[in-house]
Design a protein around this ligand. Structure first.
Ligand code: DGJ
Length: 729
């Protein structure tokens, strides 16, 4: 016994000595690094996120000269308590009612998690209680991306309440912080807002529970020491939270002019009770740093996402036609077969049947006011079932996809009558509808089974369903769950976890089906959903000019391979704007091309053009999906928008140019190309035209000429556009 006590004493003493030893923790990618530093008192400070410098250990003697009574050095994971006064990542209320947590270093480990990433885990523990936190940092070497999350463990004997539980915090010191973030609404997603941060807190957040990315997206870019956004110069940090529920990303400039960015799921009121022995894992927060402007930050995120995070980006989503804007709810077998004939003859590769095929006998889905929840086909529309449509599409050499909205129920449905206890809401308060529908309670495992079942049975409706469009057309109001009883504040967290657990079950059974994440357009566009879904529907606004802005914003953070873009009819159903078919195609072809209209309304000439544009897209789409994106100018800054994608070996490229405002006869655009090799010779060919608008069409130019002098297509009129294909000779 004595010996055991002695050993325990020595172990405790050496752990304490270990804890107080100053230590540098360097989390490195090929060009960037985060530096954490273990102070003598065991606090772990966040010293640096930026470009890698040599001998990082030089920082070990660093003094900020901050007076300690003005707060601690910025912690790697700030907790409420001690001398920390800024926004906390972690706020814990203990069973005693006590509110303080002071996290101290316990140890750290470093190991390779794959050929691509090195994982550093920093273990922290509260100085008084048995609450501990492990901070995970996965450093993706090649792409300069660091993915972080926290795991909070209640090692005590009583439950604790997590009042905030962010994924991560970083601290930056610069003279200026220019924030780029993404705001909007339905049909106006991912609008770009830029603002210089000032002292105080700027928070981007959503408390809508689901459909959380319409009004703000959980992502940002920060240009450091700069008042202007620049594609090619300056230091830029980009961040994105992989989470489809409530979130907040808080930017706080304190009295030392240091910026802390605290990002995570959960917003005030979403307290989470953590039982003894349990661990709470926060979602991933994804960062990249570029010392060469915003363009590189986007490219880092895109190539990292394609290689490591998106659901199977090796699979190219086929070109498709979706019947929503073509028919809305009014279709039958004959109409759909007619569309399919056109889809095949124009050279598209898939037909997707949207809303309106279900509801059964009692509540046929002839409008948005009924049928959700009752996933039986409407026989009047489809007497031979969905199989007849899918088989017909297959017989024409097409793939087949279908729409579902499994988390929802219309009051007019059998499901609502049979399972009122599954509907989100609080007894004694109004059950509000949005688009005449209610939300199902995904915190409840029975509902999760039901939602999985909707997906599963839809997959059985026909042989070979290749694609599911998963929609979600309302957010949460007056939340409440019968299932959660007294733990109502768990609702938002558990809902999203319920959704993800269904996604996981689906992926186990259906690894190859393509899933599109849609939520009234871009309401569920985040890396959390894209981890399970192959792509997102970025907006219900299919009008090409609006799309230029939506796509520009979206592709700052999310890669084109994960973004569907459809050519629709004019006047556009959302904006009434009329744009030329070529402009519409040229815009849609810069993401995953599709169409969304009734092709029988198109003229023969329009169909011929569509056929050509679709054929040419197929030749270069690998560039759009897997190439490096270079934005040649911004639609917010002038009268034109231009972007290009370059293959990894720099041997091929595609350039898109658009006139988005009329500028009279004198202003002529010229675009310096990027990403090409100086030493290669490129042939340049304009696509989708009989007569080119560029004098250099068909010629060969050096990469250095194209980068330094550029091209000047004549695109003088509003909605003129030109697409060029470049190939190294
Ligand atoms: C909203 C989606 O964003 C649309 O594309 C369409 O699928 C409708 N829902 C169908 O109700």
């Amino acid at each position: 016994m004595k010996r055991i006590c002695l050993i325990l004493f020595f172990l405790a003493a050496s752990a304490a000595a270990f804890a107080s030893e100053p230590k540098l923790i360097s989390i490195e990618t090929s060009e960037t690094q985060m530096l954490l530093y273990v102070q003598e008192n065991g606090e772990v400070s966040f010293y640096h996120y930026g470009k890698k410098f040599d001998r990082p250990e030089q920082i070990s003697g660093y003094r900020s000269y901050r007076r300690w009574d003005y707060g601690t050095e910025p912690p790697a994971y700030p907790a409420r308590g001690g001398r920390y006064f800024n926004q906390a990542a972690l706020a814990v209320k203990y069973s005693t009612g006590e509110l303080n947590t002071e996290l101290l270093y316990e140890g750290h480990s470093v190991r390779n998690v794959s050929d691509a990433a090195v994982r550093t885990v920093v273990s922290l523990k509260d100085s008084k209680t048995d609450l501990s936190v492990d901070l995970y940092y996965d450093a993706y070497q090649k792409e300069d991306v660091i993915v972080t999350h926290a795991e909070i463990t209640n090692g005590g004997r009583k439950p604790v309440v997590l009042e905030s539980y962010a994924s991560s915090a970083i601290n930056i010191h610069a003279s200026r912080y220019l924030l780029t973030h993404f705001y909007g609404s339905w049909a106006r997603e991912m609008q770009v807002k830029r603002e210089l941060l000032t002292p105080g807190i700027k928070s981007i957040r959503s408390i809508k529970g689901v459909r959380t990315t319409h009004t703000e997206n959980p992502s940002f870019m920060l240009s450091l020491d700069a008042a202007e956004f620049n594609e090619n110069y300056g230091e830029v940090i980009a961040g994105a939270l992989a989470w489809s529920g409530n979130y907040s990303i808080d930017f706080q400039i304190d009295e030392t002019e240091m910026l802390s960015v605290v990002s995570g799921a959960g917003t005030p009121g979403a307290d989470y009770q953590l039982k003894p022995g349990k661990t709470f894992q926060t979602p991933d927060m994804i960062y990249t740093f570029s010392a060469e402007g915003a363009g590189k930050a986007s490219r880092n995120l895109h190539s990292w996402a394609r290689r490591h995070y998106l659901y199977d980006s090796s699979m190219m989503c086929p070109t498709l036609l979706n019947n929503w804007e073509g028919t809305y709810f009014k279709f039958n077998e004959q109409i759909l077969k007619g569309i399919i004939d056109n889809v095949a003859s124009m050279g598209l590769e898939m037909f997707v049947l949207d809303d309106g095929w279900f509801g059964g006998k009692d509540y046929p889905r002839n409008g948005s006011n009924q049928g959700l929840g009752d996933w039986q086909i409407v026989e009047e529309k489809l007497p031979n079932g969905v199989a007849a449509i899918a088989d017909y599409a297959h017989s024409k050499g097409l793939k087949f996809g279908i729409w579902i909205e499994p988390e929802m129920v219309n009051p007019k449905s059998r499901l609502a009558q049979e399972h009122p206890e599954w509907i989100v809401g609080e007894k004694g308060r109004e059950l509000t509808t949005i688009r005449t529908q209610w939300l199902l309670d995904m915190t409840n495992p029975e509902v999760q089974d039901f939602v999985f079942g909707v997906f599963d049975s839809t997959m059985q409706l026909a042989e070979g369903i290749d694609y599911i469009k998963w929609d979600c057309n309302r957010h949460m109001e007056n939340v409440g769950s019968e299932h959660l009883g007294e733990n109502q504040s768990h609702f938002w967290w558990d809902y999203n976890q319920g959704l993800y657990s269904v996604y996981r079950r689906i992926r186990e059974k259906y690894p190859d089906v393509i899933i599109q994440s849609c939520s009234s357009g871009g309401g569920r566009l985040d890396y959390g959903a894209l981890h399970y879904c192959n792509e997102a529907w970025t907006s219900d606004n299919t009008e090409a000019l609006s799309r230029v802005f939506i796509q520009y914003g979206t592709n700052l953070i999310y890669p084109a391979i994960a973004c569907g873009s459809h050519v629709s009819a004019v006047p556009n159903h959302q904006t009434q704007n009329v744009t030329p078919l070529k402009f519409r195609f040229d815009v849609a072809c810069s993401e995953r091309l599709g169409m969304e209209l009734q092709p029988s309304d198109m003229t023969g000439q329009e169909k011929d053009f569509a056929r050509k544009a679709i054929a040419s897209f197929k030749q270069y789409r690998d560039l759009v999906y897997y190439g490096d994106l270079y934005r040649l100018c911004s639609p917010y800054d002038g009268d034109y928008y231009a972007l290009m994608y370059v293959s990894e070996d720099k041997k091929r490229a595609v350039v898109f140019t658009y006139t988005i405002r009329y500028q009279g006869r004198t202003l002529k655009p010229s675009f310096k190309l990027e990403g090409l090799s100086d030493d290669m010779e490129y042939s340049i060919r304009e696509l989708n035209v009989d007569k080119s608008c560029f004098w250099g069409d068909g010629k060969t130019f050096s990469g250095s000429y194209l980068k330094n002098f550029g091209i000047n297509p004549e695109i003088p009129k509003l909605y003129s556009s030109a697409v060029f294909y470049l190939e190294a000779r």
